[in-house]
Design a protein around this ligand. Structure first.
Ligand SMILES: Cc1cc2nc3c(=O)[nH]c(=O)nc-3n(C[C@H](O)[C@H](O)[C@H](O)COP(=O)(O)O)c2cc1C
Length: 195
């Protein structure tokens, strides 16, 4: 089995979302599983310099910047496609996703690769049959409350890719009661992996 772990906190040391994602990885991973790890805080690009309405530019018109963008996009798409289980850890930044996660989604959404349009014109996700674990952390925003625009967006994005099996481990409102928040998250992990 291939496990794809994506972290994106802009904080490397002392990051709660990274710590909880690691706990999930330790629960999921069996000895012969392969882990593909991606830290969006180490490398990310924004879609830029497009010459058409979609994410395509004829190869002979591509600048070096375009080539870099497609190279990263191709890599992200293949990492997603080849994984069986995906763990995404993400803190809420200004009520939404960190810019790196939004940029990741922009690069990962590729027609005919991660989604397509059927003969009936309907969109269809091409990444079915994957299990996703989301770790979502926040300082004061209640997860899935009215100020949380990250969680509904991320679930929608994953559904758009065809992914329906999504479990959420939330450590929210850590600034209000850190101990309680972590306890709730750890209990959720225990509940998800009880055998
Ligand atoms: C740029 C920035 C914006 C933030 N915006 C919010 C926010 O809108 N709501 C909130 O509850 N916490 C906000 N926080 C706090 C983080 O969500 C919280 O510290 C984070 O979940 C901790 O995750 P980490 O320890 O993995 O970095 C923000 C933090 C940063 C750095």
């Amino acid at each position: 089995m291939k496990i794809y772990q994506i972290d994106c906190s802009a904080r490397k040391e002392g990051s709660t979302s990274r710590m909880l994602a690691k706990k999930i990885l330790d629960k999921v991973k069996k000895d012969d599983d392969e882990v593909i790890y991606r830290d969006l805080d180490d490398e990310m690009l924004f879609i830029s310099g497009l010459t058409e309405s979609g994410m395509k530019i004829p190869e002979n018109e591509q600048t070096d910047e375009h080539k870099k963008m497609f190279e990263l996009s191709d890599k992200l798409v293949s990492e997603l496609k080849e994984s069986d289980v995906i763990i995404i850890s993400v803190p809420i930044y200004n009520f939404g996703p960190p810019a790196t996660l939004k940029a990741w989604a922009d690069l990962a959404a590729r027609v005919k690769l991660t989604f397509k349009y059927g003969d009936d014109g309907r969109r269809k996700g091409l990444l079915e049959d994957k299990q996703v674990y989301l770790v979502i952390t926040s300082g004061g925003t209640k997860i899935q409350g009215e100020e949380d625009f990250l969680t509904p967006w991320l679930i929608h994005m994953l559904n758009f890719f065809g992914i329906k099996k999504i479990d959420i481990v939330a450590a929210d409102q850590m600034a209000l009661d850190y101990e309680k928040s972590i306890k709730n998250a750890e209990e959720k992990i225990k509940e998800l992996f009880k055998d």
